[in-house]
Design a protein around this ligand. Structure first.
Ligand code: HEC
Ligand code: HEC
Length: 278
């Protein structure tokens, strides 16, 4: 009899150990995603003070103070996903200036990476948001240049400087946003921006576009790059250069004829100095 029970007990023990180990692992996995008490507190404070005033403490959206317009719901809104919330906060589009909540020009990044992560995890849990933060692959800048020119330049400008995209719409600069924001924007299509599915721009191509924009950002570290960043600065710079060229040309062409009185004869010059010395 003991011979039969022995191996069975052995298998039972092995199975029990495996089960315990597996449940431990599963717990560790869940703990990675779940909020710590500290993160929850951080996120609750941010939400209550800087989001709920417009989106409501229940996330259903409120009529905003001083307007008759309602801020969109974050709860039960299929548009609102984990990457979309992350993007709006990451680029500083949310929270907007209280006086102009629909004006998309203002970008104020208020939270660091830890605060943003806590807020996004908290909202994902609270409003049961779908999706995850993308992890775009390393890409090829030369390929990215083509994809950017074909899909993005018409709105964000050939060097990603942003500006006016026709019909009075304003677009933000995109050069310094980094790969995650680029991936989120392409897939989510924030506000007036169109959304691009994987059949239009693949994940690999998102990496390429991000690499191109990073290359542009690096180039813009140089003086000419900075000038190129903003058309207003660029035209100002061009004007200044034209002025410098004009003045130098006039100088070379003969300063005495242009400013006859500013170059008095040497005799009286010497006389004046002698006078001063006395
Ligand atoms: C001063 C009011 C105000 C505050 C504060 C505010 N929002 Fe918004 N939010 C808006 C308005 C208005 C829109 C819609 C803007 C538009 O369509 O141009 C919006 C849109 C959004 C959207 C996109 C929703 C959609 O359906 O497209 C998200 C996500 C969002 N807000 C998250 C947040 C978060 C997170 C916070 C807090 C960190 C926050 N907002 C704070 C007014 C506000
Ligand atoms: C039809 C015009 C249009 C096209 C095409 C377009 N975008 Fe946008 N994009 C916008 C607008 C408008 C916003 C700002 C939305 C808002 O916050 O109101 C935006 C926002 C963004 C942002 C977030 C930056 C921020 O500060 O809010 C990124 C990144 C971005 N776009 C990248 C791209 C890339 C990459 C492409 C090409 C694959 C592209 N966009 C194509 C109009 C466009």
């Amino acid at each position: 009899m003991p011979r039969k029970v022995g191996p069975l007990t052995g298998w039972f023990v092995v199975a029990a150990i495996a089960l315990v180990a597996w449940s431990r692992l599963a717990q560790a996995d869940a703990a990675d995603q779940a909020l710590t008490a500290e993160q929850r507190q951080t996120a609750e404070t941010i939400y209550a003070n800087q989001c709920a005033t417009c989106h409501g403490s229940d996330g259903n959206g409120l009529v905003m103070e001083g307007t008759d317009r309602r801020a969109p719901a974050l709860n039960g809104n299929p548009e609102v996903t984990v990457p979309y919330v992350d993007l709006t906060v990451r680029v500083g589009r949310m929270p907007p200036p209280e006086s102009k909540p629909f004006d998309n020009r203002a970008r104020h990044v208020l939270y660091d990476d830890e605060q943003r992560r806590a807020l996004v995890l908290y909202l994902a849990e609270r409003f049961d948001l779908a999706g995850a933060i993308p992890e775009p692959p390393e890409g090829d800048a030369a390929e990215g240049r083509q994809i950017y020119a074909a899909n993005c330049a018409q709105c964000h400008g050939s060097t990603g400087a942003g500006g006016v995209a026709g019909a009075g719409a304003w677009t933000p600069p995109v050069v310094t946003q980094g790969p995650v924001a680029v991936a989120e924007a392409i897939r989510e299509g924030p506000f007036e921006m169109p959304r691009f599915g994987p059949e239009q721009i693949s994940d690999k191509e998102i990496g390429d576009v991000a690499a191109f924009l990073q290359e542009v950002a690096a180039e813009q570290g140089t003086l000419l790059g900075l000038v190129e960043l903003n058309p207003v600065y660029a035209s100002g710079f061009a004007f200044l250069m034209a002025l410098v060229v004009l003045v130098s040309a006039l100088w070379v062409a003969g300063r005495p004829t242009l400013f006859p009185d500013s170059d008095p004869p040497r005799d009286s010059d010497a006389g004046e100095h002698q006078g001063e010395n006395r």
